[in-house]
Design a protein around this ligand. Structure first.
Ligand SMILES: [Zn+2]
Length: 133
């Protein structure tokens, strides 16, 4: 399966069932890594981290709500006016920005991420943008 992660420009052909990369075209960021398996591992780790941060944001009751799903269940959606953004800095540290969130919302999210991933693993940046209350 061809994978174009949204966290960098790598193009990876991989068997996700066996965690094996068969072909890797590295992006500029990951070109310094020595082997396709090392690149695959690094890219997956970054992508998983970003997905985890997004998931934690959706799990937060102050930032997201349950919406009825087609199967009678529900899906999580960010509240009206809340936007999730993220980027990796030059050292590949993940920063998340949650526009529209209050300072308390951001502190709560940062605590949840520190608890699940370790302190300082993900930076929660307060841009003050779109602040509600
Ligand atoms: Zn890459």
């Amino acid at each position: 399966m061809r994978w174009r992660p949204d966290t960098c420009g790598c193009v990876i052909d991989a068997d996700f069932a066996t965690n094996t990369a068969t072909s890797v075209v590295p992006c500029a960021i990951h070109a310094a890594l020595t082997s396709p398996p090392a690149i695959f591992e690094a890219v997956r780790a970054e992508n998983t981290l970003k997905n985890h941060a997004h998931g934690a944001t959706l799990d937060d009751a102050g930032l997201a709500v349950n919406m009825p799903g087609p199967d009678g269940g529900f899906t999580r959606r960010l509240r009206e006016g809340i936007e999730f953004a993220w980027f990796f800095d030059a050292t590949r540290r993940l920063t998340v920005q949650v526009r529209g969130a209050s300072a308390a919302d951001l502190a709560r999210l940062e605590s949840a991420l520190a608890l699940s991933l370790g302190v300082g693993r993900v930076k929660v940046e307060d841009t003050g943008a779109g602040r509600r209350g």
